[in-house]
Design a protein around this ligand. Structure first.
Ligand code: PGD
Length: 838
């Protein structure tokens, strides 16, 4: 026995009872704490929630690590109580005749309360009907969204599990967050890069001399994580603030991070969507002053020689110098050049967010940034290079050594005979028995890039280009959505509304009357995560904790867990299906224990870990997260260090094994909107365009006081809403020009739509730039026609166009808008109210 384990063992024996705890495992205590303090976890952190007589009184961080407050942690009560879908509802015409359900009335017609069992039967029947008529590709269940934390009640995977086992569906590829970068980056650095661990924050703090926040707002976005937030990165951010390093923010908007850093950050305002021109000019300056790392370019990159003729204007007659860039991006030419020199001559970490790739030609900014970083030549060195995920889910927080829990999976393919009899799950994807293999083939062929959803619904059969392939849109006649809010998150809401009126059936599981739930035919009331038990990792990159997610309150009204809903759908769909769906009848605790025990097994196998994981029942009862520690290696880990050390042995996943400044693969695609090297393209709408359709560039950045649309219905909104609408940030001189002032209600509009917003004067914006944050619930004044959104949903104004044929990402940050004072009587806000009939 190793020394440390031996000591631990003897310590256990020397405890008061003299009996090691694992000898008598306690029964699992599943009871609810009606009055007391309970720990759970959400995207916004591990929480301690206080209850009294079964009701939530307060909630706050249970970790208390972050140096600044995270208000998202304090509204659990509202999340349980406000805007809830309490019963099962079916849209009136759908209920009357599901074969001819008048889809054009979706979102306008009243709902009818029905019995849960009847709705289950209805959905199973109509799903079967759709599959028979249109094949598995007639059913769309891509169902993108941020859902809730938890590895058991993972709504999207639970839906996919049901759809896989019951006979197939068509899904989507990519996401809204990094649609452009996750397609271009594999061509450039051989991995998607955006979701990769970053050089450790310790490394940055110890070794970087200059840190650049290029279109990133970590103060805000680090408040949330995909799993749950371990709050460590906020500490590092504070250390960076106080580090005395040169810190720059290149951004049209001095965001929350900029304000938090105060005079410790130098803000370089830039015109939205023009960063590529500035980066190219920096490359040009380094090239022409002969101050770039030739050795790095020579040994670690491919195709620089084919990029240079574009840079110098040999190809198109346009020299990409600072004067040229300055006219486009609005940053003084001298500043562009001096920044290039500073970055080259100092150890510089270029930290970029994802907002600038959510724009027209969004493939270009990160590709150009990597090219610039290659010329600087510090990639793979301590403190240098670039990072595309410091702002997200605690990127750069050193990875801990410990156990990793499993999670519910999307299951295998269900095989059915020609009469619809369930034959069991396919043993492999290639098994030819039954229907399984043929639908898998179809589903693979028809999957399309997520941000093309409205286009796909409106244009079945249309063929699009995507990353060197052709994709044919399927004819979608049935949509099932859980864990997302597409009527808020997708661009050009008015077109999306039209698209959502195309299929015959739309089913949604939701906890709240979101705009998406209001646009459904059948709405199942889903429990919130606070009404069920679950388990999660905390820290997406750090894997720092395993946290229990204890149920806090009873299930509200008729709410059911998604797991329950899909299990019941399985029962109604085919004999024997529920049995495999539930893996032989497992409940949430069976899964939680299985995932925990899996991690515990890993931990027990590591001899020198120094962390004990209790036996499951005891751990659950203790209601404390297990914490793992980082290692010496992860503390000082440097991204690309192995590549730098040996680019042949540790080649990148690109065709050349090197960083590709020129891509022959992309060259072969011959796209006019994405060339084989980083290129400046004019966006569809921008402030420098010849005939501007509107005066202001709208940035629909991620909210500081929400997670996308989540929490919009809570009283946290009272703290930021202006005139009871989403705030619109505008400079005082811009406001003066159009005759509006702080607190005014304004109409924001363009050819795509119009919204109401409340004016908040904010001077740290580039000229003619306004901010209207994404995520306000769409609330049309008259849902029967294209009408003004009363709450200020930014996507009513954005463009539904792909970034390019390469990635087909969304371009939500490319939009010009006009603004005028709203002089009519302010209409009543109904965003958070239940629809007609409820
Ligand atoms: P959320 O508000 O998180 O937004 O879009 P996304 O759809 O992810 O929606 C999650 C929904 O899931 C909520 O309605 C919530 O109630 C529901 N939900 C949560 N837990 C559960 C559950 O357990 N079961 C069920 N059934 N439902 C649940 C976000 C998307 O927006 C993203 S990721 C990005 S990056 C994009 N960003 C922008 C942007 O920058 N600018 C604009 N204009 N638009 C964007 N849209 C995109």
């Amino acid at each position: 026995m190793e020394r440390r384990s031996f000591l631990k063992f003897s310590a256990a024996l020397s405890g008061a009872s003299m009996v090691p705890s694992f000898v008598f495992a306690k029964d699992l205590n599943k009871s609810l704490v009606k009055t007391g303090k309970v720990k759970t976890a959400a995207h916004w952190g591990v929480l301690e929630v206080e209850t009294k007589n079964g009701k939530i009184v307060s909630s706050k961080s249970a970790l208390n690590v972050s140096p600044y407050p995270n208000p998202l942690q304090n509204y659990t009560k509202d999340l349980v109580e406000n805007s809830r879908v309490k019963h099962v509802y079916v849209r009136k015409s759908y209920l009357a005749n599901p074969d001819s359900p008048k889809p054009e009335l979706r979102g306008t017609e009243e709902f009818v309360k029905v019995k849960y069992e009847d709705a289950i039967k209805l959905v199973a029947k109509e799903l079967k009907k759709t599959r028979k008529a249109f094949g598995s590709q007639g059913v769309f269940a891509g169902s993108y969204g941020w859902k809730s934390s938890g590895n058991v009640h993972n709504s999207r995977i639970l839906l996919h599990r049901f759809m896989n086992m019951s006979g197939g569906f068509v899904g989507s590829t990519g996401d809204y967050s990094t649609g452009a970068s996750q397609i271009i980056m594999p061509h450039v650095v051989g991995s998607i890069e955006v979701y990769e661990q970053q050089s450790s924050w310790n490394d940055v703090l110890a070794n970087s001399e200059v840190v650049v926040l290029w279109g990133a707002n970590p103060y805000s976005t680090l408040k949330i994580s995909w799993t749950s937030n371990e709050e460590e990165a906020q500490k590092y951010l504070e250390s960076l603030k106080n580090s005395g390093k040169q810190i720059y923010m290149i951004d049209p908007y001095l965001n929350e991070t900029g304000r938090y850093f105060g005079d410790k950050i130098k803000w370089i305002p830039i015109r939205p969507n023009t960063d590529v021109s500035m980066m190219l000019a920096m490359c040009y300056y380094l090239y022409t002053t002969n101050n770039y790392d030739k050795d790095f370019i020579e040994n670690y990159t491919y195709g620089f020689d084919k990029f240079v003729p574009y840079l110098t204007g040999k190809v198109d007659g346009v020299v990409k110098d600072a004067k040229w860039a300055s006219k486009i991006c609005g940053v003084d030419a001298k500043i562009i050049e001096s920044l290039a020199k500073t970055f080259k001559d100092h150890k510089t970490m270029l930290m970029s967010g994802w907002g600038m790739q959510r724009a027209d030609h969004g493939e270009q900014p990160h590709w150009t940034l990597v090219t610039l970083a290659s010329m600087i030549g510090q990639i793979g060195l301590p403190g240098g290079g670039f990072g595309l995920s410091y702002h997200y889910s605690g990127g750069g927080t050193p990875t801990a050594k410990g156990g990793i829990i499993g999670g519910i999976n999307a299951g295998s393919i269900g095989n059915y005979d020609e009469n619809g009899k369930f034959l069991g799950l396919a043993k492999s994807d290639f098994e030819s028995k039954g229907t399984g293999q043929s639908w898998l083939q179809k589903a693979t062929n028809y999957s399309f890039p997520l941000a093309r959803i409205a286009d796909a619904l409106l244009n079945p059969g249309k063929v699009i280009d995507h990353n060197g392939e052709k994709i044919t849109y399927p004819k979608i006649d049935f949509i099932y959505w859980v864990g997302g809010n597409p009527l808020v998150h997708h661009q050009d809401t008015n077109t999306m509304v039209k698209a959502f009126r195309k299929p015959r059936t739309i089913v949604v599981n939701e906890s709240y009357w979101t705009p998406t739930a209001k646009m459904a035919d059948i709405v199942f009331p889903a429990t919130t995560q606070y009404e069920r038990n679950d388990i999660t990792m905390v820290g997406d990159y750090s894997n720092m904790y395993i946290a229990p997610m204890k149920q806090i309150v009873e299930k509200v009204a008729d709410s059911k867990d998604d797991y329950q809903i899909f299990t019941d759908l399985c029962k109604a769909y085919a004999d024997g299906l529920a049995e495999v769906y539930t893996d032989g009848g497992k409940d949430e605790f069976d899964f939680i224990k299985e995932y925990y025990d899996g991690a515990r097994k890993q931990v027990l196998a590591i001899s020198d870990l120094g962390v004990e994981m209790k036996e499951f029942n005891e751990w659950w009862e203790s209601n404390e997260p297990v914490k793992f520690n980082s290692t010496m290696e992860s503390d000082s880990w440097v991204r690309f260090a192995d590549f730098r050390e040996d680019p042949i042995l540790n080649a990148l996943g690109t065709p050349s094994g090197l960083i590709e400044i020129y891509s022959q693969d992309i060259e072969k695609m011959a796209y006019d909107d994405c060339k084989a090297h980083p290129t400046w393209f004019e966006p569809a709408e921008w402030l420098g365009m010849a005939k501007k359709p509107a005066k202001f560039h709208m940035m629909s950045v991620h909210p500081n006081d929400r997670l996308h649309s989540q929490l919009n219905q809570t009283s946290l909104r009272d703290k930021y809403a202006i005139a009871n609408r989403e705030p619109l940030l505008i400079r005082s001189d811009d406001a003066k020009e159009i005759g509006v002032k702080d607190g005014d209600l304004v109409r924001v509009f363009n050819e795509r739509g119009e919204v109401l917003a409340g004016v908040k004067i904010y001077d740290n914006l580039a000229k003619n730039v306004i901010v209207l944050r994404e995520g306000a619930w769409y609330d049309p004044l008259d849902p029967t026609k294209k009408s003004i959104c009363k709450n200020g949903c930014a996507n009513v104004l954005t463009i539904d166009k792909p970034t390019s044929k390469l990635a087909n990402g969304n371009i939500s940050h490319t939009a010009l808008v006009n603004i005028e004072k709203y002089t009519q009587k302010a209409p009543k806000l109904t965003a958070f109210e239940a629809p007609k009939g409820v």
